[in-house]
Design a protein around this ligand. Sequence first.
Ligand SMILES: [Mg+2]
Length: 333
Amino acid sequence: MFEKNNPLSSSDGAFAGEPLRDRFRGALIGTMVGDALGMPVEGYSSFDIKRTVGEVRDMLPGRRCKAGSYTDDTQMMIGLAEALLEKPGELDHDTLAEKFALNFEENRGYGGNVWNILNAIRSGASWRMALDTFRLPGGSYANGAAMRAAPVPLACYPDEDKTERLAVRQAAVTGHTHEIAQFGARLQAVSIIRLIKKGASGEPVIGKKFVDEFLDEDISDYDRKLSWIGANLSAEPEEVINVIGVSGVASESVPAALWSFLSAWEDPEEALIRAVNLGGDTDTIGALAGSLTGAYHGINAFPRRWRDALENTAKGRDYVISLADRLCDIALT
Ligand SMILES: [Mg+2]
């Protein structure tokens, strides 16, 4: 378990009412904002982004979709929120797999392995059977469990231990059982719950202190990267790309997103622009950084031009806000 970050009780006056709701909305809409910002340049290097679009500062269209469209990151975040709302207080694997498969749209940019698992479930296989068929040896170490994790801290609020447990539990449904993937999901989920508490109480974010509280488990090279982040909050993006990495491996994209937020925590727009312009797995780095930013600052911290451009289909922006509100209603009871 991560060292406790002065857990605050839900009865603390600072967390009653709207400050909390704004941050619950911010955490989920932040996934969507960052995902949609990064979507058009997914897989581009930072050099290619500079060469083709200069700098991503606005919602741009993708190759086959409109500006503001979301990808698998947001679609799975929605499924996870739905599963947590259907059975409050727990995380049922069958329910989660069912939500993922019901929402699954094959053109949303799913990774090959998750695509195969969800396609098999949709075709009638049980999730356990699908997982047995497509599970990667040793478990996936990609960022798929971290990118969608934002609803977990909301459903567990204000309990950090439960947030950690459910962050790992939800990862299993898509075979993200390698410790690199599990730690990434825990790091993201616990960061979100701590940032909601800090934001709601007006506490500043001290980057080095924030990452130091995650050290001590020595999983893969997370410790090295988190220590580096604490000491290099004013690094140039090129250094971040070289030292941390920006691929879909959880131990690259999750710390890269954390650096983006911590290095610009007072400026939500800049934090997101930094995240998506690192290149690599841009939609997921954006989604991860967006959730952190929204958790701390609340939904209104995102520029109106970004919020207005978000896809608002049946399961679009307004629906995501309604999911955050329902999770908040549960946290406030
Ligand atoms: Mg994606």
